[in-house]
Write a protein of this length. Structure first.
Length: 312
């Protein structure tokens, strides 16, 4: 279960948020502290065992610490996806709340490129916070969206990085969302990424066993302490085993990142309705493939939100 805590973000990654930003709305439209906890409890009562907090940037929310502490009391594994900028302020709460798995987005290992992709100047902060997480023994996955002519020349550098750094890099195929000017000619496929990696590392590549519901295909290089993986939602979707559900910051449930349809749980919760039937029907109505997008040609035709307003 992914719960987005906010649509706000302290970065402006061009593939995620439109250049002009998104229309911010009054606080009333979004789940407050009590509603986030109530929603989480209902999902847990239906069998959810893992909750990942996301956004926007989850750690920019004023009550993020309170939410993490409260959710950590539930019988779940709690995880976070963050851009890493504020992580240093959260180390104590993450440790005390038993949050072990942290995904940090990092699209480039070079400062200029990172700053130009994210349209902000936080490269050094993110790198130092990744190191801080590793020093504190968190399991750190690095998310990198790979795009042609932007950072595809760094795929092997990221893999090389795993030699001495205990990070788990995940290369993500560029996905279409509203406002991100998606065009597959700018995307890099799983096959093309693997080709580059094979050319450099050849027989040293080890195919790891994927977990039952992994969205990533996992690999390592002989003798490297970290690993790498590829998330190929475009060219090799994994919908048959994907068990992710998403709750947006404004309380709408989505059964797929690509789904056009949403179920308004927050309005129902505020009216005092039982939202469990709504949740179940949302799950049962999940489309077989990519929220109903069956071919690459169909991408971009279906209305969706911006990624920052869904929660990755
Ligand atoms: N702020 C947090 C962060 O930076 O990780 C959490 C939210 S962010 C939307 C979650 C993930 O979505 C990031 O790893 C980001 O790279 C990924 N993402 C955003 N837009 C994407 C796109 N168009 N294609 C693929 N992944 C995307």
């Amino acid at each position: 279960m992914r719960i987005s805590l906010t649509e706000r973000c302290n970065l402006r990654c061009f593939y995620c948020m439109p250049e002009e930003g998104i229309q911010l709305r009054p606080r009333f439209h979004f789940m407050n502290f009590e509603e986030v906890i109530e929603m989480a409890k209902i999902f847990v009562s239906l069998g959810v065992k893992k909750i990942r907090l996301t956004g926007g940037e989850p750690l920019v929310r004023n009550d993020a610490e309170q939410i993490i502490r409260e959710l950590s009391k539930l019988p779940i594994e709690l995880a976070i996806t963050t851009n890493g900028i504020l992580v240093n302020d959260f180390i104590p709460v993450l440790l005390e709340s038993n949050v072990k798995n942290i995904n940090v987005s990092l699209d480039s290992l070079t400062k200029d490129k990172f700053n130009s992709i994210s349209r902000r100047d936080y490269f050094d902060k993110v790198i130092s916070n990744i190191n801080l997480l590793l020093e504190n023994k968190f399991h750190v996955k690095i998310n990198a969206v790979i795009m042609k002519g932007v950072n595809d020349d760094e795929v092997c550098d990221f893999v090389e990085w795993t030699k001495d750094k205990n990070v788990h890099v995940r290369f993500i195929e560029f996905m279409p969302f509203d406002g991100n000017k998606w065009d597959w000619s700018r995307g890099v496929s799983l096959e093309d990424m693997l080709k580059k990696i094979r050319e450099r590392f050849g027989k040293k590549i080890i195919r790891l066993t994927d977990g039952k519901n992994d969205t990533a295909k996992n690999y390592a290089i002989e003798k490297h302490i970290g690993t790498f993986a590829i998330i190929s939602s475009i060219t090799n979707p994994f919908c048959d085993t994907c068990n992710r559900m998403r709750l947006t910051a404004d309380g709408k449930m989505k059964n797929c990142l690509f789904s056009a349809g949403e179920t308004d749980l927050l309005s129902a919760l505020r009216k005092g309705d039982d939202i469990k039937p709504l949740i179940l029907s949302n799950v049962w109505n999940k489309k077989a493939l990519r929220g109903g997008i069956n071919t690459i040609e169909d991408f971009g035709k279906q209305k969706n939100r911006t990624m920052v307003a869904i929660g990755g």
